[in-house]
Design a protein around this ligand. Structure first.
Ligand code: ZN
Ligand code: ZN
Length: 291
């Protein structure tokens, strides 16, 4: 068990990429096979029904880019220029730190990824779903990937819900009555309706439950990622933020009497500038300046 977990989460492997594609394939197959045809019969607009496919194409492009792009690997060749990009805050990222595994000096905001065994510039996190680190150079791809994945799950949830509601309305199902266990005539309520729909259209209702759950999970994570982008923080910095003063950190030796130093985000320069940095990584500005 430990070996399996180690393989899944601590080594680079394609398991979650395969699982991702399998689940995406199953949801889209169900959508195409049943929902699409039924919705057309009910007169839904074709633009509306094709939207999930458009989102799928964009999503797969940015999924691929997130998987294969260089997140910002620090090498001997780019070490010097990357050291100039961000200011050292001397709390979370002290100057003159070295990674002995990669044999490079660590730029501010970088981190050594133990899964990929490399130092990454503006390291955010290692994502098992794309089997790659998310760093300065691919954060933009990852953000668009997450945005389109959330949008496709939400669009499918809306289309499927509207379809089921239409079905109930068109067939006057909600006006029906049934006889309960005690022999009384009952008007159909929402619980009975859901049970009825699950028995008659099990795959669609199951898919709807799955995409609704995904929409909330991905939507929550997307909000968190947008918050980090808007405030110019990485997940790594956010996680370490309130403990960076830092008894746990062996590199920052402080006298016992020293006041705890609270980490302050020195990289935020306003909303638009922060968002711009995701799409035009600061390394690019630096390289331009140096040229
Ligand atoms: Zn390293
Ligand atoms: Zn990694």
């Amino acid at each position: 068990m430990r070996k399996v977990l180690h393989y899944l989460f601590h080594t680079r492997n394609h398991t979650f990429i395969m699982l991702h594609l399998l689940l995406q394939g199953l949801v889209y197959a169900e959508y195409t096979w049943e929902v699409f045809g039924y919705c057309q019969e009910l007169g839904f607009s074709l633009h509306y029904l094709l939207l999930p496919y458009l989102l799928l194409v964009i999503n797969l492009v940015f999924f691929t880019l997130s998987c294969v792009s260089n997140p910002g690997t620090i090498t001997k060749a780019n070490e010097f220029s990357l050291l100039q990009v961000y200011e050292f805050d001397e709390v979370m990222f002290p100057k003159n730190m070295k990674c002995f595994t990669c044999n490079v000096r660590k730029p501010a905001r970088s981190k050594h990824c133990r899964v990929c065994n490399r130092c990454v510039h503006r390291f955010d996190h290692h994502c098992v779903w794309v089997n790659n680190c998310i760093g300065a150079w691919n954060a933009r791809y990852f953000l668009i990937y997450l945005l389109t994945l959330t949008a496709s799950a939400a669009t499918m949830a809306v289309v499927s819900t509207v379809f089921l509601v239409q079905l109930v309305v068109v067939s006057d199902l909600y006006l029906e009555t049934y006889v309960d266990d005690l022999g009384h005539l009952q008007v159909i309520d929402i619980v009975f309706l859901i049970q009825y729909l699950f028995l008659t259209l099990p795959r669609i209702v199951f898919m709807l439950g799955f995409v609704v759950m995904l929409s909330f999970l991905l939507g929550g994570y997307l909000c968190f990622t947008l918050y980090l982008a808007a405030t110019n923080q990485t997940t790594n910095e956010w996680y370490r933020g309130d403990r960076a003063w830092c008894h746990h950190c062996p590199h920052v030796a402080r006298p016992p009497s020293a006041e705890p130093q609270v980490y302050r985000n020195i990289h935020s320069h306003g909303l638009w500038s922060n968002l711009g940095e995701i799409f035009l990584p600061a390394a690019a500005h630096c390289a331009e300046k140096m040229n």
